[in-house]
Design a protein around this ligand. Structure first.
Ligand code: GDP
Length: 449
């Protein structure tokens, strides 16, 4: 597992306490770590250089205020700057779809084969039908792959929109013309045009898409790009941007395990706003792009500074230290410790605000639950632990079928919930093992603990 940027900075930060502002010399080592974090996130090298220069310029002279140390101050600058570069400095209008034209508003999707264009056409149709309450027609101009045309039909039907038939015998321009005529005739608000892609940049394909674009004069010409492309994203984005008057970008497969460096590269090279992000194969896996969350992901961390502030407000420091001591001294983290932690969380208040600050990989799992659900769950979980004997809490491995049944009955929950709790506990134990290797204490030091 890669160390997060904050963990790495914390190693350096120890040497520079008590300094009042960020300077060339006290940020040099840290900026090197920032550079590494960007490279590890697969941001293209020229982009890394420019982004770093911008961060450096912003950071110099920044005062280290309050209880922050220089490392935290720099993390703050890096995160803010990256968020701005990636689109945080754009207005909400610039980041959303612009369909305010004489209907039908045409949306043209361009990108390499496999980027996720057809899937995105379905997602976009669903989004427009459901949230904008508009009537949507889709059409495929991919006359090279009959399967792509069929695929568009399927996703369009799932999206609750209408598919306009096309065949491989026709010319893309003729298909487009017929679809526009149909959209006018039947009063569609929006026409989504899916286009052919190749596996790599290809002159003929580019010309074809460019020709379609000048014919259709779309309200939106969106470039669809696979987040997993990493550094290659630069060249592809540049080629499409030169050939087409792009109005925005859709980043697909953001659910993959890449750190998302492609987002930064593409935004930097094209200067165009990233408007949406695909987060699953299913049509529901589609969200407006969130620059702040993506910046955190690129840096490999959540809004740690904010999280620590929230946590220190409500956490019982003494208890946390006791736990840290216990882990450090090699004692096992047991279910009583787990219970103490959960009970603390219960006092932390608004869960979603805390979840927002966790690194992306945790957020994804957590995002589907509401505050109330979390609290209800937490109370049930505490109830389960309370139904265990002290011995069971110390030695969870003793809890086999008959004990599980007794505990479940005691807590008034099905046995599956006991199983789930034990599983969660195991995961927590694994995390604690990782922290024992230095993570927790280092992190505490970084935040002045
Ligand atoms: P096209 O060739 O550009 O039209 O790409 P497709 O729409 O056929 O998508 C290529 C593959 O990527 C398919 O297997 C899709 O299911 C998958 N895909 C598209 N978008 C996403 C996404 O946001 N997340 C994931 N996990 N898979 C996606």
């Amino acid at each position: 597992m890669l160390d997060s940027l904050s963990q790495r900075l914390s190693k350096i930060v120890k040497t520079m306490r008590g300094q009042a502002r960020l300077t060339e010399s006290n940020t040099k080592d840290m900026l090197r770590e920032v550079r590494l974090a960007l490279l590890e996130a697969d941001v293209a090298l020229p982009v890394v250089r420019e982004v770093l220069a911008r961060i450096k310029e912003k950071a110099m002279g920044v005062e280290v205020v309050g209880s922050l140390n220089p490392g935290q101050a720099l993390v703050g600058v890096v995160q803010e700057e990256l968020t701005a570069i990636i689109g945080g400095d754009l207005s909400p209008e610039e980041r959303s779809l612009n369909l305010r034209v004489q209907p039908p508003a045409v949306i043209l999707l361009a990108g390499l084969q496999g980027a996720g264009k057809t899937t995105t056409a379905g997602k976009l149709a669903k989004h427009i039908v459901e949230t904008m309450k508009k009537k949507v027609l889709t059409v495929s101009c991919d006359v090279y792959r009959p399967a792509a045309i069929e695929q568009l039909r399927t996703v369009t039907e799932q999206a609750g929109a209408t598919w306009f038939p096309s065949t491989t015998g026709e010319k893309p321009i003729d298909i487009a013309a017929a679809a526009v005529a149909e959209a006018r005739r039947r009063f569609y608000d929006v026409l989504i045009v899916d286009t052919a892609g190749r596996l790599a940049i290809d002159e003929a394909m580019m010309n074809e898409v460019a020709e379609l674009n000048s014919y259709l004069k779309p309200a939106e010409t969106l470039f669809v790009i696979d987040a997993m492309l990493g550094q290659d994203a630069v060249n592809t984005a540049r080629a499409f941007n030169e050939k087409l008057p792009l109005t925005g970008i859709i980043l697909t497969k953001a659910d993959g395990d890449s750190r998302g460096g492609a987002a930064l590269s593409v935004r930097h090279v094209t200067g165009k706003p990233i408007k949406f992000m695909g987060t699953a194969e299913k049509l529901t896996g589609f969200e407006p792009f969130d620059p702040e969350a993506m910046a955190s992901r690129i840096l490999g961390m959540g809004d740690i500074v904010g999280l620590v502030k929230d946590v220190t407000k409500s956490i019982d420091i003494e208890q946390a230290q006791k736990l840290a001591e216990k882990i450090k001294s090699g004692n096992r983290f047991d279910l009583s410790d787990f219970r103490a932690q959960l009970a603390q969380m219960n006092g932390m208040g608004d869960f979603s605000s805390i979840l927002d600050k966790l690194p992306a990989q945790f957020q994804q799992a957590a995002s589907k639950v509401s505050d109330d659900d979390v609290k209800k769950n937490l109370r049930r979980t505490l109830g389960i632990i309370d139904s265990m004997t002290p011995l069971e809490r110390r030695k969870p491995e003793l809890i086999k079928a008959s004990r599980k049944k007794r505990i479940a009955a005691g807590a008034g929950v099905p046995v599956q919930e006991v199983n789930r709790l034990l599983k969660q506990f195991e995961q927590m134990q694994d995390m604690m093992k990782m922290m024992k290797k230095g993570g927790l204490s280092r992190m505490m030091r970084m935040f002045g603990g």
